[in-house]
Write a protein that binds this ligand. Structure first.
Ligand SMILES: [Mg+2]
Length: 210
C-alpha cells in the first residue's frame, strides 16, 4: 500500500533541510530550554535573526536575550555571511566574537566557530533564520540546528525574499510549524515571563528522526 501524503515527507526530505528545532521567535529559545537540551554553545546568524537586515543595531529585548543566555553559561559566536566591517561593528557592540563572510551553507566557518567556542560539537547548535544557509551549514558541520522565523523579512534583498517562498513551501511539506511558548506576543514580553512560560510549557518541537 502506498504511504499517504502525511507519511511521505519524513522519508523523502533530506536531513540537511530539516532543522532539529523550530521556534517562532528568538525569545522563545530560553536559557532554560537551551540548558535542558545540554547546549553549551550557540553559533548565531546575524541578519534577520538578531536584527532586521537593514538595521545596524539589535533591539533592547534581543540584547537582553543575549545577556540572559550568556548568564546561563552558554557561549555565543556570530557566524554571518555578511562582510567583516558590518558584522564586526555589530558584534563588537554586543561584545561577541564573530566570523564574517561565512559562505553558509558551506560548513567551514561553523567548524571554526565550534573551535572558537571551545565546546564539544555535540553541545553546540547553529541558530538562524534560513533553511538554505543556517540549517544546511549547521547540518554540514555536524551540529544541531535551531530555526527561528526571520525578523522583518520585507527588508531583505530580493533573492532572500524569493528563497523565503521556497522555505515556506518546504517547511509545509515537512509538516512543521514554528511553535511559540506564548500564544499572543508582540515580542516585547519580559524575559522573565517568557522563561516562566518556557519552563511550564513545551517550548519547541524537536523534529522526529526519519
Ligand atoms: Mg539570516
Amino acid at each position: 500500500m502506498k504511504p499517504n501524503a502525511d507519511e511521505r515527507p519524513a522519508r523523502v526530505f533530506p536531513q540537511w533541510l530539516r532543522p532539529t528545532y523550530y521556534f517562532s521567535r528568538l525569545h522563545d529559545v530560553s536559557p532554560q530550554w537551551l540548558q535542558s537540551q545540554s547546549l553549551a554553545g550557540l553559533l548565531i546568524d546575524l541578519d534577520s535573526t538578531l536584527k532586521p537586515y537593514r538595521q545596524a543595531t539589535v533591539a533592547p529585548e534581543v540584547l537582553a536575550w543575549i545577556r540572559s543566555v550568556q548568564a546561563a553559561g552558554i557561549r555565543l559566536c556570530i557566524v554571518s555571511n555578511g562582510g567583516r566591517g558590518r558584522v564586526g561593528a555589530t558584534a563588537r557592540e554586543l561584545g561577541l566574537p564573530f566570523l564574517a563572510r561565512a559562505l553558509k551553507p558551506l560548513p567551514w566557518r561553523c567548524r571554526q566557530g565550534i573551535r572558537l567556542l571551545n565546546v564539544e560539537p555535540s553541545a553546540v547548535a547553529m541558530l538562524g533564520d534560513q533553511l538554505f544557509a543556517d540549517v544546511w551549514a549547521g547540518w554540514w558541520a555536524g551540529i544541531r540546528t535551531i530555526l527561528v522565523t526571520p525578523l522583518d523579512p520585507e527588508q531583505e534583498p530580493f533573492v532572500t525574499r524569493w528563497k523565503r517562498g521556497l522555505e515556506g513551501w518546504w517547511l509545509k511539506r515537512l509538516g512543521v510549524m514554528p511553535v511559540s511558548v506564548t500564544e499572543s506576543g508582540s515580542g516585547a514580553e519580559s524575559l522573565a515571563a517568557v522563561g516562566e512560560a518556557a519552563s511550564s510549557l513545551s517550548p519547541s518541537r524537536e523534529l522526529p528522526d526519519e
